[in-house]
Design a protein. Structure first.
Length: 186
């Protein structure tokens, strides 16, 4: 039977994403991945150089951070939505998309818990997308000189990422969840 390199490569990546979404990055192993993809583990090394290569490829080819367009969100007002309303809507939309994506959540947990290619890719995507959002906000609104939009957006996103991770792991998604576990394994 002829082997289809592209189909096998796609199966490996899809299986890796499913395993990560279900169990987290730390649970990903060559044997488990080969079994899930229905291939020999040698192919994981041949196509990707190992698990690090699989994680790098997933990070490069998959959505690791929600893409939110500033023009698609906002509040009310005679002159259009205010900067605060628009920023709030952007961050809440990011949170909603992040909360709905088990793979993205596991990628965020990977970034928080340690260095690996998937977490690094998520950090790069978030940084790029937040740069685009800040540029859009500056183009659409008069931003006071004392407001550091980039820092504000990062802080709000960090807090909502934590809430999304806590909610996915069975903890309440708000600051009143003291006394509960702090697992980042959604």
């Amino acid at each position: 039977m002829a082997r289809d390199r592209f189909a096998t490569r796609a199966a490996i990546l899809e299986s890796a994403a499913e395993l990560i979404a279900a169990h987290g990055v730390d649970a990903l192993g060559v044997n488990a991945l080969a079994d899930a993809a229905g291939c020999d583990k040698v192919l994981i090394y041949r196509y990707f150089g190992g698990l690090d290569g699989v994680l790098e490829t997933l990070g490069a080819e998959r959505t690791m951070w929600p893409r939110v367009e500033v023009g698609a969100v906002g509040g009310q007002g005679e002159e259009g939505p205010s900067l605060a309303d628009t920023l709030e809507a952007v961050v809440l939309e990011e949170w909603a998309e992040l909360s709905a994506g088990a793979f993205m959540l596991k990628g965020q947990a990977a970034e928080i818990l340690g260095e690996n290619a998937l977490g690094q890719a998520g950090a790069r995507q978030r940084s790029e997308r937040h740069g685009e959002i800040v540029a859009s906000l500056r183009a659409a609104h008069r931003v006071p000189p004392y407001v550091d939009l980039a820092a504000l957006l990062e802080l709000l996103s960090a807090a909502l990422t934590l809430f999304a991770l806590r909610a996915a792991s069975g903890n309440e998604a708000h600051p009143g969840a003291e006394g509960r576990g702090t697992s980042l394994d959604p």
